[in-house]
Design a protein around this ligand. Structure first.
Ligand SMILES: Nc1ncnc2c1ncn2[C@@H]1O[C@H](COP(=O)(O)OP(=O)(O)O)[C@@H](O)[C@H]1O
Ligand SMILES: [Mg+2]
Length: 252
């Protein structure tokens, strides 16, 4: 793993606008007689263009937090503002557009459709959106080329390596040119060399496209590499370190 990644953006963290402002996020799950406090009051601010790792052991609430930031689920209390607008107040139409256009998701298990080729997997969200064939083709080829898979796009997932599958998943996440990518343990199913290549690719995408990245991980190699590290434990932020970190109280 090479040098810590220095994002080109935010150019000036003082003036760059926030992309996410979460305050007082609480989420509990009920399992029969048990209640699990997955998030116990999380506050965080992420500026547009940042590259941020959310680090912490299994069960600390990373996936729950990402589900709230990505509007896949709602908090029991607290709020998430995305570019200043409250996700909790969105209409279902706004929410659909948010999910399709503003955020891209990358998962540990890649979540590719096995019967489709790499090309078709990446193109799929654009089909749902009803884009024309020529535009779909242009965007799909561009996304696959940007992850270094121009030569492998007609393979199915079972014909690709783990690293290549994760590249396809990233291309699918990028095909709408979202403002932010939420990557949940993107290296957990990869060997360390391949994982490092994927982190390099995420970092390069951040620098070249300006896409904001939040990466949930417990992989020390990924954590060390990130310019900003938010550490979660038992549903709370216990540290926020590095460039762009917000000190408790919100004043920099
Ligand atoms: N759908 C769910 N139902 C019940 N408990 C859950 C659910 N999702 C997560 N949890 C629990 O919430 C806590 C936080 O989980 P999670 O957000 O998945 O953490 P992480 O991604 O850091 O491993 C854990 O104790 C987990 O078991
Ligand atoms: Mg998780």
């Amino acid at each position: 793993m090479s040098e810590p990644h220095a994002p080109r953006r935010p150019l000036d963290p003082e003036s760059a606008p926030p992309i996410f402002e979460a305050s007082g996020l609480r989420k509990r799950y009920r399992l029969g007689a048990f209640t699990i406090e997955a998030l116990r009051g999380v506050d965080l601010v992420v500026t547009r263009g940042e590259f941020v790792v959310v680090a912490g052991p299994s069960g600390c609430g990373k996936t729950t937090l990402f589900n709230l930031l990505g509007a896949l689920d709602g908090p029991d209390s607290g709020s998430v503002l995305f570019e200043g607008s409250d996700l909790g107040r969105q209409t279902s139409g706004e929410r659909t557009l948010f999910l399709r256009r503003k955020v891209g998701f990358v998962f540990q298990s890649f979540n590719l459709i096995p019967v489709l080729t790499a090309y078709e997997n990446v193109e799929y969200p654009l089909r749902i959106d009803g884009l024309g064939r020529a535009e779909r083709r242009r965007r799909t080829e561009e996304a696959l080329a940007s992850v270094g898979l121009a030569g492998r796009m007609h393979q199915r997932p079972d014909q690709l390596s783990g690293g290549e599958r994760q590249r396809v998943a990233l291309a699918r996440g990028l095909v709408h040119d979202p403002r932010v990518i939420l990557a949940d343990e993107p290296t957990a199913n990869l060997d360390s060399t391949t994982g490092a290549e994927i982190v390099d690719l995420l970092a390069r995408t951040n620098t070249e496209r300006g896409t904001t990245f939040l990466i949930a991980t417990h992989d020390p190699a990924v954590i060390e590499r990130s310019p900003r590290r938010i550490r979660l434990l038992d549903g709370r932020v216990i540290a926020d370190e590095g460039a762009g970190a917000r000190r408790p109280g919100g004043v920099r």
